[in-house]
Each structure stands twice: as C-alpha cells, then as structure tokens.
Ligand binder design. Structure first.
Ligand SMILES: [Zn+2]
Length: 634
C-alpha cells in the first residue's frame, strides 16, 4: 500500500524520485510505495463486534470528485454468533447518520467515539439478518483515507480516491474495521457525475445513467478485509485486455488511466501478464481469476493493493510487480494483525526480486539484491516486528517491514533450499484453514518448518524479533595438498553478543575453477577444512548476496600462512586435530600435561578420540626448527 505524504522532507524525496521512476526502462529506483501518513488513529473496538459475522455488505455511494463529501447507504447482512439485540460497527464521528433501518423500520442507535451501537430486533444464535445505514458528510481527514485531487495541473480533471490501510475504512463507510472478519462478498454502487467512471472491486455488472449522474454497479464475490475496499472516480481512459496464463486462463484485465502519457503507460502495464505468469508458476494461480485484475490511477505517488484493482500513482516494473503480488500476499491471505504486516509487505517486496530473477536475471536481480542489502544495513537498529503499530513510520518502515522482511524470506530460501522454500509457500497458500482469510506469522513459519523438517525458532529470534546483522571476517589458507582451512569470525554490528547461525556462502576461485561452499556456521571462530582439487587464488564471501551482512560486502581478510606459520585446528577438539603448514612437517610429538610423550606421528590429521580429556602439547618438527602448540581435548 501507499500513503499520502505530509512532511516537506518526504515531498522533496518524491520530487527527486519522480523524473527517474516515470521511465520504465530506467534504473530500478526503489519506490516509496508507502509514503507515511503523518497521523493516524486506530479504529475503535468494542467486544460486541465479535458477536456477529459480516456476511455481505452493499455499499451505495453518491460522490462527486470535485467535492469533498460522501453520501452513502450501506446494507450490512450479518450472522449472529450468539443471541443478539444490538449491533456495533465502526463509523467516524465526522459523518452524520440520517437513519438506520431494518425491514423499513427505523432503529434506535447511538453514534460516538467512532462506534455505532444499533438496537436491532433480537435474533438467536446462527440467524441471518440485515440493516441499512444512511449517512453523509465530510469524511474525517485523520487517516487520509478519502481524498480528492486533480489528474494534472493543466486540465484540472478532478479525481476522488480512497486508501484506507491501515485504519481509515470507517472514515468513509460503516464497517467492522478490524483484521478478524472479512466480508464474504460486497456490492459497490458508485453514483457520480456522468462524465466520470466509478471504479471498484470485482466485476462491473451494470452502469445506469440517470441524466447528469451515472451509477456504476460492481460485484465482488470473494471475502475482503475492509481496508482493501476502495472506490476511485474520475474521467478515466479505459484500457481493457485479457491476461493469458500458461494454465490457459484468460483473466479480464481492466485499467482506468489518467488521460496523459497513455502509450507509455500501456507498454508498462502490459508487463502485468508476465508477472502474473511468474507468480502463477511459483505460487498458485491468481486467486481472483474468476473476476479480474486491474489498475486505477490515483493521485498518490505509490500504490495500494485494493482487491482485484490496485490503485497506482505510477506504472513501473517495481510497483506493478509489487502491488500485483499483494493479491496473493495481503488480499487472498491478509495479515491477521498489523504486527504481521511483513507477511504482506515482505512478500510483495520479495516478489519484485523474483520478477527480476525470472525475467532479468543477469543484471537487475543482482542489482536489486545489492540495493536491498545496502538499504537494510544503512541502519542497524529496529526489528521487523513493528514495536508500535500506531506509529506509521514504524509500521510502514521501508527498511524493516519491506526490505528486511523480504530478505528474511530470501535467507529462509537459502537456508532450506529452493525446492522446500517454494513448496512451503504453495502449502501456505493452499492451506484451507487460511485461504481467503487472515494469517499470522506462525502460520507461515510452521509451513517452512514442516516442509523442510527444521526449526526456524532461533532464525526468527535473530531476524524478526531481533535487531542488527552479522559482520564476517573470513580467514583462509591452503596447504600444499590443496586442503583448505577456512575460519569464520562473526561479530554482531550492535556488539550485543548475538550470534547469527547461518549457512555461509563462500566461493573459491582458482585459475580455471570455481567452487561454491555452503558452510554451516554454528559458532564463532568455527573452522572448516575442505579438500579442494585446485589451487585457490581468491575467496569470496557471499557473492550471490544471500545474507544480510554489512553492505553485503566482504569483511574478508585473506591471510596467507606466514612462511613458517603452522596452524592447529580445531582447538579445542573432540576427536581429530589437523596440522597444516607451508613447510614440510617431519613429525609430531604429543605430550600430556605432565610432559609424558603419548604419541609420535607424521600423520597431519591426528585421531585423539581415545585420549583422555585435558591439555596436551604438540611438538611439531620441520626441517629447520620445531614449534610447540597447546591443545585442549574435550
Ligand atoms: Zn505493499
């Protein structure tokens, strides 16, 4: 989603981004999808809201994009979970209720503190009933959820649009504004001046002209969270086509565009078919294919993933792929708490990376990863778990909720492998307990853990609940028989003693050979010995950018064994100890702590598994001299 900017600083940022991102083929500037609203108010909550399920809502709006005003009639069909004699819904106090009716009868109600409390005819558990709320007024500006603007500064064509995420839906229509009850289906009727088109979710089933006004009638037959409902009204240009998928689906594709720069926008928009096919093949088929996908242009630079109709401030590779991905991650599966927003935004951000990987692998995918890691590591503090979901700079942190969250997914992929990673995501999307519903973080993590038969508890403690990232220092040397010793030294950027257990990607390069290693780094200063069939010239740390590490670059120190340097590892040891040296070793004497000789050998890999625990001394003799090394046997 995306937000209206308020601060001057942010406006400056956007102005600098605009000229670049307006061009599709330009550098992939990481977009400010989600400009931060300066203020926000969480919707009010009343436990009585949990006593019923919203089955259907018909939203009938009368609006004019040149006037900041809404007049609405909203039917609410509900099913009671228990005996019910009152119904509680959210609606901003800025709007005035004209009346509330049930089967033509006026109902008594109170409307204060963002809640409507309606006296309804008593119904028993499991019963269905409905009411209709008639209201009008200037919507609250607290959440910037409802706004009017113009298409451009030449023709001043008026635009009306909405963006409710996270708390703004009840600023313009009555609903249960929370994350635990999706409306099973909605009708949205938009009556507006006849030179406009009213755009919304699902299928346009009819448009009825009444002279100076026209009513556009949309039907959406999928469950939807209130924050994903939107309307947009303007004198739009319609660009319609079909998205053809490899599964032989033909998905209706509706686009409502401002009148300017149409040919360039159409070229960019046509890329949507490619992205749908990438997501279809990696995940599951587009969840709303029975209705449509589409875009509607609106006066915010970012985008917002309204269900089946993303609202767009511009059309470039990143924002089109991002908002489309939300249809799977955000709309079909919706975060069940704002604390779980990474399940929406981390996936949508990562999906842009997947589009680069599957479409422009050679250059743009590595570049995308480089930008992500450098932005993530630009600061070391803060968690992906938003510590205050009412503070929108925290909730919509591009560094944490978007980028670091996307890299959590990328690192899980690296940890469990491509096959289990994508299968886990398909399992998550196919989970019938979750489909078209709400998801929490453990829902996703459980699927990864089950599929890969592993635990991600410590990983999530480090990366989701924890702050910072590791900095690596890699030391290596190679013996004459090509045996390679690698020592991984890790420190936390925050110096908090945290150790990040990860598989560390190391690439070895020789004159004509390359070898990729995946070292299971479980503790600091861990040493690895690998038989390499060639002479290694260069050791690279994470060249494929799988990990979040300082600037994703190497804190790599290539230490050649000094001329007479002799290395003994691991130390302490449980069983084997290795001795390597650039010089030829003639023999090794092992002494116990009392100075008694317990072994003499010329073997450079000594089995000490039968030795008693304690301190030993190794006297290592070369042609020129000898060296004593202390060794601990555990
Ligand atoms: Zn997003």
């Amino acid at each position: 989603m995306s937000k209206i900017l308020k601060s001057f600083l942010l406006i400056l940022t956007i102005l600098t981004i605009l000229p670049v991102s307006a061009q599709y083929s330009s550098l992939p500037v990481i977009p400010e999808y989600h400009q931060i609203k300066s203020t926000s108010l969480a919707s009010a909550f009343d436990t009585n809201m949990q006593k019923y399920d919203v089955v259907f809502q018909r939203l009938s709006f009368n609006v004019d994009p040149s006037i900041y005003y809404i007049k609405g009639a909203v039917d609410v069909n509900y099913k009671s979970f228990e005996n019910l004699d009152s119904l509680v819904l959210n609606l901003s106090d800025s709007l005035n209720i004209d009346s509330i009716k049930q089967r033509g009868n006026m109902l008594n109600y109170s409307h204060q503190c963002g809640l409507i409390n309606i006296d309804i005819q008593n119904i028993s558990t499991g019963s269905l009933d409905s009411i209709c709320i008639y209201y009008q007024g200037e919507p609250s500006r607290n959440n910037h959820a409802f706004f009017i603007s113009v298409q451009d500064s030449i023709n001043y064509i008026p635009v009306l649009a909405t963006l409710s995420e996270p708390y703004g839906a009840s600023d313009w229509w009555p609903c249960k504004n929370n994350l635990d009850d999706k409306i099973d289906s909605v009708d949205i009727n938009i009556t507006c001046p006849s030179n406009n088109i009213g755009v919304s979710l699902g299928l346009l089933t009819n448009s009825v002209s009444h002279g100076i006004e026209t009513t556009y009638m949309w039907k959406h037959r999928f469950p939807v969270a209130p924050y994903l409902v939107s309307i947009a009204v303007s004198d739009y240009y319609e660009y319609h086509s079909y998205i053809n998928t490899k599964n032989n689906d033909s998905i209706l594709f509706l686009n409502y565009l401002y009148q300017d720069n149409l040919s360039q926008k159409e070229i960019n928009i046509d890329k949507t078919e490619l992205f749908v096919n990438i997501y279809d093949s990696l995940f599951i088929n587009y969840p709303f294919k029975k209705e449509k996908y589409g875009h509607v242009e609106f006066p915010i630079l970012g985008g917002m993933e309204h269900q089946t109709i993303s609202s767009m401030g511009r059309f470039d590779f990143e924002i089109i792929s991002h908002e489309l991905a939300h249809q799977w991650f955000g709309d079909y599966l919706t975060c069940g708490s704002w604390e779980d927003l990474w399940l929406n935004e981390g996936f949508a951000t990562y999906c842009t990376g997947l589009c680069y990987e599957n479409y422009q692998d050679a250059y743009w995918y590595p570049f995308w990863k480089e930008v992500e890691v450098s932005k993530i590591t630009a600061d070391s503090t803060g968690t992906v778990l938003p510590v205050d979901t009412l503070d929108q700079s925290i909730l919509f942190s591009s560094r944490l909720t978007y980028r670091k969250a996307s890299y959590i997914l990328h690192m899980i992929r690296w940890t469990i492998g491509d096959e289990d990673f994508f299968q886990s995501i398909r399992n998550y999307l196919n989970d019938t307990d979750l489909s078209f519903s709400f998801v929490r973080t453990p829902n996703l993590i459980n699927h990864f853990e089950q599929q890969a038969d592993t635990s991600l508890t410590e990983f999530m403690d480090d990366w989701f609940y924890g702050e910072g990232y590791p900095i690596y220092h890699v030391e290596w040397s190679q013996s004459e028989n090509h045996q390679l010793l690698i020592e991984l030294n890790q420190s936390s950027v925050l110096n908090d003693g945290r150790f990040f257990k990860l598989f560390v990607p190391i690439q070895l390069i020789g004159e004509n050979d390359t070898l990729n290693l995946r070292l299971n780094n479980q503790y600091n200063q861990q040493q690895f010995i690998v038989d390499i069939p060639f002479v290694v010239d260069t050791v690279l740390f994470d060249p494929g950018l799988w990990l979040i590490s300082k600037n994703s670059l190497v804190d790599l120190s290539v230490i050649q064994v000094m001329k007479d340097r002799i290395m003994v590892f691991p130390n302490p040891t449980y069983d084997f100890v290795n001795v390597i040296s650039k010089q030829k070793i003639e023999s090794i004497d092992v002494f116990n702590i009392e100075g008694r000789l317990v072994l003499t050998t010329s073997n450079l890999r000594i089995n000490m598994s039968n030795f008693v625990k304690g301190v030993y001394y190794l006297k290592i003799k070369t042609k020129q001299h000898f060296l004593i090394k202390k060794l601990v046997k555990n």
